[in-house]
Design a protein around this ligand. Sequence first.
Ligand SMILES: Cc1cc2nc3c(=O)[nH]c(=O)nc-3n(C[C@H](O)[C@H](O)[C@H](O)COP(=O)(O)OP(=O)(O)OC[C@H]3O[C@@H](n4cnc5c(N)ncnc54)[C@H](O)[C@@H]3O)c2cc1C
Length: 293
Amino acid sequence: METLVIERSGIGGQAGSTERIDNYPGFAQGISGADLADQMREQAERFGVELLIAQTVASIDAGDEDGGVRTVVTESGDQYRAPAVLLTPGTRYRRLNVPGEDDFIGAGVHFCATCDGPFYRDMDTLVVGGGNSGIEEGLFLTRFASHVTVLEVGDRLRASQVLQDKAAAHPQMDIRLNTTVREFRGDGKLSSVLVEDVNTGQQDELHPAGVFVFIGLDPNTAFLADSVELDERGFIKTGTGMETNRHGVFAAGDVRAGSTKQVAAAVGEGAAALISIRGHMEQEIRNRGYAGD
Ligand SMILES: Cc1cc2nc3c(=O)[nH]c(=O)nc-3n(C[C@H](O)[C@H](O)[C@H](O)COP(=O)(O)OP(=O)(O)OC[C@H]3O[C@@H](n4cnc5c(N)ncnc54)[C@H](O)[C@@H]3O)c2cc1C
Protein backbone atom coordinates (compact mmCIF):
# COMPACT_ATOMS: atom_id res chain seq x y z
CA MET A 1 0.00 0.00 0.00
CA GLU A 2 1.11 3.53 -0.68
CA THR A 3 0.04 5.87 2.10
CA LEU A 4 -0.19 9.64 2.14
CA VAL A 5 -0.88 11.54 5.39
CA ILE A 6 -2.25 15.06 4.98
CA GLU A 7 -1.84 17.29 8.06
CA ARG A 8 -2.80 20.95 8.32
CA SER A 9 -0.19 21.89 10.94
CA GLY A 10 2.58 19.65 12.35
CA ILE A 11 2.69 15.88 12.79
CA GLY A 12 1.56 14.75 16.23
CA GLY A 13 -1.88 16.31 16.67
CA GLN A 14 -3.03 17.04 20.21
CA ALA A 15 -0.72 14.37 21.63
CA GLY A 16 2.25 16.12 20.00
CA SER A 17 1.55 19.33 21.89
CA THR A 18 1.00 17.63 25.25
CA GLU A 19 3.67 18.28 27.86
CA ARG A 20 3.92 14.67 29.07
CA ILE A 21 2.13 11.43 28.27
CA ASP A 22 2.32 8.94 31.12
CA ASN A 23 -0.18 6.35 30.00
CA TYR A 24 1.07 5.26 26.56
CA PRO A 25 2.40 1.67 26.64
CA GLY A 26 6.10 1.13 26.13
CA PHE A 27 7.27 4.30 27.86
CA ALA A 28 7.56 3.27 31.49
CA GLN A 29 8.82 6.68 32.59
CA GLY A 30 6.37 8.61 30.39
CA ILE A 31 7.34 10.58 27.30
CA SER A 32 6.88 14.15 26.15
CA GLY A 33 4.20 14.52 23.47
CA ALA A 34 6.74 16.11 21.11
CA ASP A 35 9.14 13.14 21.46
CA LEU A 36 6.33 10.63 20.94
CA ALA A 37 5.23 12.50 17.80
CA ASP A 38 8.83 12.57 16.49
CA GLN A 39 9.21 8.83 17.02
CA MET A 40 5.88 8.09 15.32
CA ARG A 41 6.87 10.28 12.37
CA GLU A 42 10.28 8.57 12.07
CA GLN A 43 8.64 5.13 12.21
CA ALA A 44 6.07 6.04 9.55
CA GLU A 45 8.81 7.37 7.28
CA ARG A 46 10.82 4.17 7.77
CA PHE A 47 7.86 2.32 6.24
CA GLY A 48 7.61 4.71 3.30
CA VAL A 49 4.62 6.78 4.41
CA GLU A 50 4.54 10.13 2.65
CA LEU A 51 3.79 13.06 4.95
CA LEU A 52 2.28 16.21 3.52
CA ILE A 53 2.27 18.89 6.19
CA ALA A 54 0.82 22.41 6.33
CA GLN A 55 -1.97 21.33 3.93
CA THR A 56 -5.59 21.51 5.05
CA VAL A 57 -8.16 19.14 3.62
CA ALA A 58 -11.12 21.22 2.41
CA SER A 59 -13.46 18.45 1.22
CA ILE A 60 -13.72 14.82 0.28
CA ASP A 61 -15.67 13.16 -2.48
CA ALA A 62 -16.58 9.73 -1.18
CA GLY A 63 -17.17 8.37 -4.70
CA ASP A 64 -20.03 6.11 -5.65
CA GLU A 65 -21.74 3.82 -3.13
CA ASP A 66 -20.22 0.50 -4.13
CA GLY A 67 -16.59 1.39 -4.63
CA GLY A 68 -14.14 3.20 -6.86
CA VAL A 69 -11.97 6.24 -6.32
CA ARG A 70 -12.23 8.63 -3.38
CA THR A 71 -10.96 12.17 -3.89
CA VAL A 72 -9.50 14.40 -1.21
CA VAL A 73 -9.24 18.10 -2.06
CA THR A 74 -6.97 20.49 -0.12
CA GLU A 75 -7.53 24.21 0.46
CA SER A 76 -4.84 24.93 -2.13
CA GLY A 77 -6.98 23.08 -4.68
CA ASP A 78 -4.78 19.98 -5.07
CA GLN A 79 -6.59 16.68 -5.46
CA TYR A 80 -5.45 13.29 -4.15
CA ARG A 81 -7.20 10.12 -5.29
CA ALA A 82 -7.21 6.76 -3.51
CA PRO A 83 -9.33 3.63 -3.23
CA ALA A 84 -9.59 4.17 0.54
CA VAL A 85 -9.53 7.18 2.87
CA LEU A 86 -9.03 7.14 6.65
CA LEU A 87 -10.40 10.24 8.40
CA THR A 88 -8.58 11.23 11.63
CA PRO A 89 -9.03 15.01 12.03
CA GLY A 90 -9.49 14.84 15.82
CA THR A 91 -11.19 17.43 18.01
CA ARG A 92 -10.61 20.79 19.63
CA TYR A 93 -11.54 22.08 23.09
CA ARG A 94 -14.67 24.19 23.19
CA ARG A 95 -14.06 27.77 24.25
CA LEU A 96 -16.24 30.02 26.42
CA ASN A 97 -15.91 32.81 23.82
CA VAL A 98 -15.95 35.58 26.43
CA PRO A 99 -13.74 38.71 26.53
CA GLY A 100 -10.20 38.03 27.71
CA GLU A 101 -10.23 34.27 27.12
CA ASP A 102 -7.83 34.36 24.18
CA ASP A 103 -5.55 36.90 25.89
CA PHE A 104 -4.86 34.70 28.91
CA ILE A 105 -4.52 31.25 27.36
CA GLY A 106 -1.42 29.78 29.00
CA ALA A 107 -1.24 32.80 31.34
CA GLY A 108 -4.04 31.85 33.72
CA VAL A 109 -6.54 30.18 31.37
CA HIS A 110 -5.93 26.49 30.61
CA PHE A 111 -7.59 23.48 28.99
CA CYS A 112 -5.55 20.63 30.51
CA ALA A 113 -5.10 20.00 34.23
CA THR A 114 -2.58 17.17 33.64
CA CYS A 115 -0.38 19.57 31.69
CA ASP A 116 -0.72 22.81 33.63
CA GLY A 117 -2.10 21.84 37.06
CA PRO A 118 1.37 21.59 38.72
CA PHE A 119 1.89 25.35 38.13
CA TYR A 120 -0.83 26.02 40.72
CA ARG A 121 0.65 24.35 43.79
CA ASP A 122 -0.95 25.78 46.96
CA MET A 123 -3.06 28.26 44.97
CA ASP A 124 -6.78 28.78 44.39
CA THR A 125 -8.12 27.56 41.05
CA LEU A 126 -11.41 27.66 39.19
CA VAL A 127 -12.78 24.90 36.98
CA VAL A 128 -15.45 25.82 34.43
CA GLY A 129 -17.78 22.91 33.62
CA GLY A 130 -19.47 20.36 35.86
CA GLY A 131 -19.48 17.40 33.47
CA ASN A 132 -17.30 14.30 33.85
CA SER A 133 -14.18 16.08 32.51
CA GLY A 134 -14.64 19.12 34.75
CA ILE A 135 -15.08 17.09 37.93
CA GLU A 136 -12.36 14.57 37.05
CA GLU A 137 -9.86 17.28 36.23
CA GLY A 138 -10.98 19.29 39.27
CA LEU A 139 -10.31 16.31 41.54
CA PHE A 140 -6.93 15.89 39.86
CA LEU A 141 -6.15 19.58 40.49
CA THR A 142 -6.67 19.15 44.24
CA ARG A 143 -3.33 17.30 44.26
CA PHE A 144 -1.67 20.67 43.67
CA ALA A 145 -4.10 23.51 44.24
CA SER A 146 -5.10 24.52 47.76
CA HIS A 147 -8.71 24.95 46.62
CA VAL A 148 -10.79 24.20 43.52
CA THR A 149 -14.14 25.88 42.80
CA VAL A 150 -16.19 24.29 40.02
CA LEU A 151 -18.63 26.51 38.11
CA GLU A 152 -21.59 24.83 36.42
CA VAL A 153 -24.00 26.85 34.31
CA GLY A 154 -26.88 24.40 34.84
CA ASP A 155 -28.84 23.84 38.03
CA ARG A 156 -27.07 20.51 38.69
CA LEU A 157 -23.81 18.81 37.81
CA ARG A 158 -23.79 16.63 34.69
CA ALA A 159 -20.95 14.38 35.92
CA SER A 160 -21.62 10.77 36.95
CA GLN A 161 -22.97 10.27 40.49
CA VAL A 162 -19.70 8.62 41.58
CA LEU A 163 -17.74 11.73 40.59
CA GLN A 164 -20.32 14.05 42.11
CA ASP A 165 -20.08 12.17 45.41
CA LYS A 166 -16.28 12.40 45.36
CA ALA A 167 -16.43 16.14 44.69
CA ALA A 168 -19.03 16.71 47.43
CA ALA A 169 -16.90 14.82 49.96
CA HIS A 170 -13.64 16.56 49.03
CA PRO A 171 -12.56 19.19 51.57
CA GLN A 172 -10.69 21.25 48.94
CA MET A 173 -13.58 21.45 46.46
CA ASP A 174 -16.77 23.41 46.23
CA ILE A 175 -19.38 23.77 43.51
CA ARG A 176 -21.26 26.86 42.30
CA LEU A 177 -24.32 26.01 40.23
CA ASN A 178 -26.16 28.32 37.80
CA THR A 179 -22.93 30.24 37.31
CA THR A 180 -21.02 31.18 34.20
CA VAL A 181 -17.96 33.25 33.28
CA ARG A 182 -18.59 36.63 31.65
CA GLU A 183 -15.03 37.98 31.40
CA PHE A 184 -11.39 37.26 32.15
CA ARG A 185 -9.54 40.35 33.41
CA GLY A 186 -5.90 41.21 33.94
CA ASP A 187 -2.88 42.89 32.45
CA GLY A 188 -0.67 40.38 30.63
CA LYS A 189 -1.60 37.79 33.26
CA LEU A 190 -5.01 36.81 34.61
CA SER A 191 -5.93 38.76 37.77
CA SER A 192 -9.68 38.21 38.11
CA VAL A 193 -12.70 36.49 36.61
CA LEU A 194 -16.14 38.07 36.33
CA VAL A 195 -18.80 35.42 36.96
CA GLU A 196 -22.58 35.70 36.83
CA ASP A 197 -25.48 33.86 38.39
CA VAL A 198 -27.56 33.06 35.30
CA ASN A 199 -30.83 33.11 37.29
CA THR A 200 -30.44 36.38 39.20
CA GLY A 201 -27.93 38.21 36.96
CA GLN A 202 -25.83 38.90 40.09
CA GLN A 203 -22.16 39.36 39.13
CA ASP A 204 -19.13 38.59 41.26
CA GLU A 205 -15.40 39.15 40.73
CA LEU A 206 -13.31 36.13 41.72
CA HIS A 207 -9.51 36.04 42.06
CA PRO A 208 -8.29 32.51 41.30
CA ALA A 209 -4.66 32.06 40.30
CA GLY A 210 -5.72 29.85 37.36
CA VAL A 211 -8.84 28.79 35.48
CA PHE A 212 -9.32 25.43 33.77
CA VAL A 213 -12.06 25.27 31.13
CA PHE A 214 -13.74 21.89 30.48
CA ILE A 215 -16.95 22.56 28.62
CA GLY A 216 -16.65 19.89 25.97
CA LEU A 217 -14.94 18.94 22.75
CA ASP A 218 -15.95 19.81 19.20
CA PRO A 219 -14.99 17.49 16.34
CA ASN A 220 -13.03 18.92 13.40
CA THR A 221 -15.58 17.76 10.86
CA ALA A 222 -16.90 20.98 9.26
CA PHE A 223 -14.94 20.22 6.08
CA LEU A 224 -16.78 16.91 5.64
CA ALA A 225 -20.15 18.66 5.12
CA ASP A 226 -22.53 15.77 4.39
CA SER A 227 -19.99 13.49 2.69
CA VAL A 228 -20.14 10.98 5.57
CA GLU A 229 -22.73 10.42 8.31
CA LEU A 230 -22.13 12.35 11.56
CA ASP A 231 -23.90 12.08 14.92
CA GLU A 232 -25.87 14.99 16.39
CA ARG A 233 -22.64 16.47 17.86
CA GLY A 234 -20.73 16.23 14.57
CA PHE A 235 -18.62 13.15 15.41
CA ILE A 236 -18.21 10.57 12.62
CA LYS A 237 -20.37 7.49 12.91
CA THR A 238 -18.70 4.20 12.06
CA GLY A 239 -19.84 0.60 11.75
CA THR A 240 -17.91 -2.65 11.54
CA GLY A 241 -14.18 -2.23 10.95
CA MET A 242 -14.27 1.56 11.53
CA GLU A 243 -16.00 2.09 8.17
CA THR A 244 -18.28 5.13 7.80
CA ASN A 245 -21.59 4.95 5.95
CA ARG A 246 -19.57 5.48 2.75
CA HIS A 247 -17.87 2.34 1.50
CA GLY A 248 -14.09 2.76 1.45
CA VAL A 249 -14.11 5.75 3.81
CA PHE A 250 -13.00 4.95 7.36
CA ALA A 251 -12.60 6.98 10.57
CA ALA A 252 -10.50 6.54 13.71
CA GLY A 253 -9.38 8.41 16.81
CA ASP A 254 -11.01 11.20 18.78
CA VAL A 255 -13.23 12.26 15.88
CA ARG A 256 -15.07 8.92 15.85
CA ALA A 257 -18.40 8.83 17.67
CA GLY A 258 -17.95 6.82 20.88
CA SER A 259 -14.14 7.01 20.91
CA THR A 260 -12.17 7.01 24.16
CA LYS A 261 -10.12 10.21 23.58
CA GLN A 262 -6.78 8.69 24.55
CA VAL A 263 -3.61 8.27 22.50
CA ALA A 264 -3.46 4.49 22.98
CA ALA A 265 -7.10 4.18 21.90
CA ALA A 266 -6.59 6.43 18.84
CA VAL A 267 -3.55 4.40 17.76
CA GLY A 268 -5.46 1.13 18.31
CA GLU A 269 -8.39 2.37 16.24
CA GLY A 270 -5.97 3.38 13.48
CA ALA A 271 -4.53 -0.16 13.48
CA ALA A 272 -8.02 -1.71 13.39
CA ALA A 273 -9.03 0.59 10.52
CA LEU A 274 -5.90 -0.38 8.63
CA ILE A 275 -6.85 -4.08 8.72
CA SER A 276 -10.27 -3.17 7.31
CA ILE A 277 -8.70 -0.95 4.65
CA ARG A 278 -6.43 -3.79 3.55
CA GLY A 279 -9.45 -6.08 3.23
CA HIS A 280 -11.33 -3.37 1.34
CA MET A 281 -8.48 -2.88 -1.12
CA GLU A 282 -8.06 -6.61 -1.75
CA GLN A 283 -11.79 -6.72 -2.53
CA GLU A 284 -11.54 -3.72 -4.87
CA ILE A 285 -8.68 -5.34 -6.76
CA ARG A 286 -10.65 -8.60 -7.09
CA ASN A 287 -13.82 -6.79 -8.21
CA ARG A 288 -12.39 -4.19 -10.52
CA GLY A 289 -8.75 -4.97 -11.07
CA TYR A 290 -8.25 -1.50 -9.61
CA ALA A 291 -5.16 -0.76 -7.54
CA GLY A 292 -5.27 3.01 -7.17
CA ASP A 293 -3.63 5.78 -9.13
C1 LIG B 1 -3.78 18.99 26.52
C2 LIG B 1 -4.07 17.53 26.24
C3 LIG B 1 -3.48 16.54 27.01
C4 LIG B 1 -3.71 15.19 26.75
N1 LIG B 1 -3.08 14.25 27.50
C5 LIG B 1 -3.25 12.95 27.20
C6 LIG B 1 -2.55 11.94 27.93
O1 LIG B 1 -1.80 12.23 28.85
N2 LIG B 1 -2.76 10.64 27.57
C7 LIG B 1 -3.59 10.27 26.55
O2 LIG B 1 -3.70 9.07 26.24
N3 LIG B 1 -4.26 11.21 25.84
C8 LIG B 1 -4.11 12.53 26.14
N4 LIG B 1 -4.79 13.48 25.43
C9 LIG B 1 -5.70 13.03 24.36
C10 LIG B 1 -4.91 12.71 23.08
O3 LIG B 1 -4.07 13.78 22.76
C11 LIG B 1 -5.88 12.39 21.95
O4 LIG B 1 -6.70 11.30 22.33
C12 LIG B 1 -5.15 12.01 20.65
O5 LIG B 1 -4.23 13.01 20.28
C13 LIG B 1 -6.17 11.76 19.55
O6 LIG B 1 -5.51 11.56 18.35
P1 LIG B 1 -6.22 11.81 16.96
O7 LIG B 1 -5.21 11.49 15.93
O8 LIG B 1 -7.53 11.14 16.92
O9 LIG B 1 -6.58 13.38 16.92
P2 LIG B 1 -5.66 14.67 17.08
O10 LIG B 1 -4.52 14.42 17.99
O11 LIG B 1 -6.61 15.78 17.42
O12 LIG B 1 -5.07 14.89 15.63
C14 LIG B 1 -5.86 15.33 14.57
C15 LIG B 1 -4.97 16.00 13.55
O13 LIG B 1 -5.72 16.27 12.38
C16 LIG B 1 -5.35 17.55 11.91
N5 LIG B 1 -6.47 18.07 11.12
C17 LIG B 1 -7.72 18.41 11.55
N6 LIG B 1 -8.49 18.83 10.52
C18 LIG B 1 -7.72 18.76 9.41
C19 LIG B 1 -7.93 19.06 8.03
N7 LIG B 1 -9.12 19.53 7.57
N8 LIG B 1 -6.91 18.87 7.15
C20 LIG B 1 -5.71 18.38 7.59
N9 LIG B 1 -5.45 18.09 8.88
C21 LIG B 1 -6.43 18.27 9.79
C22 LIG B 1 -5.07 18.36 13.16
O14 LIG B 1 -4.21 19.45 12.87
C23 LIG B 1 -4.42 17.33 14.06
O15 LIG B 1 -3.01 17.31 13.92
C24 LIG B 1 -4.57 14.83 25.68
C25 LIG B 1 -5.17 15.84 24.90
C26 LIG B 1 -4.91 17.16 25.18
C27 LIG B 1 -5.53 18.24 24.31
